[in-house]
Design a protein. Sequence first.
Length: 297
Amino acid sequence: MNQLFAMRVFCMLVEAKGFSAAAERLGTTHSTVSRQVQQLEAALGVRLVNRNTRRFSLTAKGEQYHLACLDILQRVDAAALAVADEQSRPTGTLRISAPLSIGTLEIGHWLPGFQARYPDIQIDLSCDDKFVDLLADRFDVALRISAPLADSSLVARQLTASEQILVAAPAYVLRNGLVRSVGELSEHRLLGYVVGGSTVNWMLCDDKGKHVVIEPAGVLRADTITSLYGAALAGVGIALLTRVTVQADLLAGRLVQVLPHYNGGQRRYYAVYPHAQHLPAKVRAFVDFMVEHYASA
């Protein structure tokens, strides 16, 4: 027996004041209504309804149970409406994992607009360049910058793809001169990104598809992109960074592109989340907003 269904049938019986009328309102048969009430009585071990050919009435226990059923069903319906409302209206706390570069360098470009559009969503942002376990660490969504992601049980939606370019501050170029060929990079102060204790080589490609590998064994090595970005802005040396990260600085003249005919390949920006079905409204709103943000950027 489906007890909630049986309780709804019983309450409709009381409201309609008869088995036939209740069956008509429920779109079922007289025998179905009667059977549901009988099963309730058997489960409870009490008589709920006095029946005869002409009259229908509740017993004292039936009246007591009817009031309890009304209260329970109202609570069940209210809970369902609350969940449905939360699913359709973005609200609540959104836990986001993001790389330091997005969490520190790009947050000012997207967070104000997101909060203005969705004021009922509170952001809980954790910044770390290491990939986190979304399920174990209870994150709703992660932003990741990487080469194409391997297949996994997670859903990965690409936000944008951005080429990596060489940049330096105008002050650095004034002190050290222009870089006219890729071979001259070895004479310059290069800023290297470190992963697992090893410097990541630059895999540069020119407009004709010719590749060259550069080891940025220069004046600074760092294990965060934000450190390399800060050093480049300060005129310390040449860094390889995504165009999305530095485009505002290029437009403002704080950085200039070095060897513009070369790039370091694409890095892809992803929003990663655990489930595609029954996606919470707050997660869907955030992912859709970030797709829109990077499209306009």
